[in-house]
Design a protein around this ligand. Sequence first.
Ligand SMILES: [Zn+2]
Length: 447
Amino acid sequence: MSKLEDIVSLCKRRGFIFPGSDIYGGMAGTWDFGPLGVMLKKNLMDSWWHFFVEKRDNIYGVDAAIIMNPRTWEASGHTATFADPLVECKECKSRFRADKITDNISESVTTEEFLTTHTKCPTCGKENWGPIRKFNMMFMTHVGAVLPDDDAETTSKNVAYLRPETAQGIFTNYKNIVDTIYPDLPFGIAQQGKAFRNEISPRDFILRDRECSQMEIEYFVKPDAWEENFEKLRALQHDFLTNIAGLKPENLHEYEVPEKDRAHYSKRTVDFMFDYPNGEEELMGLAYRTDFDLQNIARESGKSMEYRDKRTNEVFVPHVIEPSIGVERLFLAVLSTAYAEDEVGGEKRTVLKLPYHLAPYKFCVSPLLKNKPELVAKAREVYDLLRDKYTFVTWDDSGNIGKRYRKQDEIGTPKCIVIDFDTLEDDTVTIRDRDTAAQIRTKISEL
Ligand SMILES: [Zn+2]
């Protein structure tokens, strides 16, 4: 098994992540977070929010609606250009993203270019392709009362989309924030939430899913101050990824995206790549978007997006720098960093060496034997005491002590506390460390 398969298997076995709608045979590109996964994901999102919003004087949060006025996507260009090159095999009718089944071609590949690559169909092995067509990845829905026999015109009036990114929920609230908070430049608006992309071929576990969570900041700056702010944000991202998310600097690669590969509005983009078990993949992006979005909104809405500097009275449309990260991508990067297989006392084990603040449970409390009422009672006492103090404490009295350690190692619990007969005599407990398996004895009062 590859390391990725090991991680997928651990995720399912221990209740981190299940395939979406598993009971009905699944739903491609969707995943459900189980009890442990919810805790780890929430810890990650809370750490990000704390680091980028709560700890800053000039970054404000919003939580915008997922279904937005469709004019949002006209203005942002998503209706016209949020599309992937779709190619269909004429033999077996399988559909693929052309740039994902051939090396060295871009998203803007033409039919002629694609045919010269002589790519074989990954499903049937033949080479008989239809033309490349643009496939818009937004999930369409209808809002309000629409009936199946309504004519096309009535139906199209009610069309809306599940948002393909959280960023536009920020841009459309820029004016609300300026008019209510009166922030000085530079300032940022942050949002966490779901985004939806109708990927042609979802794959690579949670790396390319159809429904994902994003964490984005739009950072508004004076046009002539973009470079210094870009560097500041770049350093902050690195700080967050290594010191808060616990990723190893040697697994992170900052990639300066060349002009030809950048979105047309971006003057500079740095992709943060991560060494995932199956190879290097984008973890997050940092893009200088100029005033592209605010100008688009001004044009589409007819409302001014100008900002008046309180000191100089200068009036201008701010420029924007955007750090954007996918929660699932970060989740998998954290898991692959933490995942280890080693030996303890001659026995193989799997362990998640998660940073303490990200671990779902901080402590596990258990009685040495579960059929000794006096041990169970004492352990319950310690459990209640710790839970009041640390919140994330779990109880385990299943199987033997070795099995419990193995389970807690696999879910990344940093410390296991065991109550034994000595505890009844002298109020001390054994604390076992997840990473070293070393055990020490401590007074309950010192926990
Ligand atoms: Zn085929």
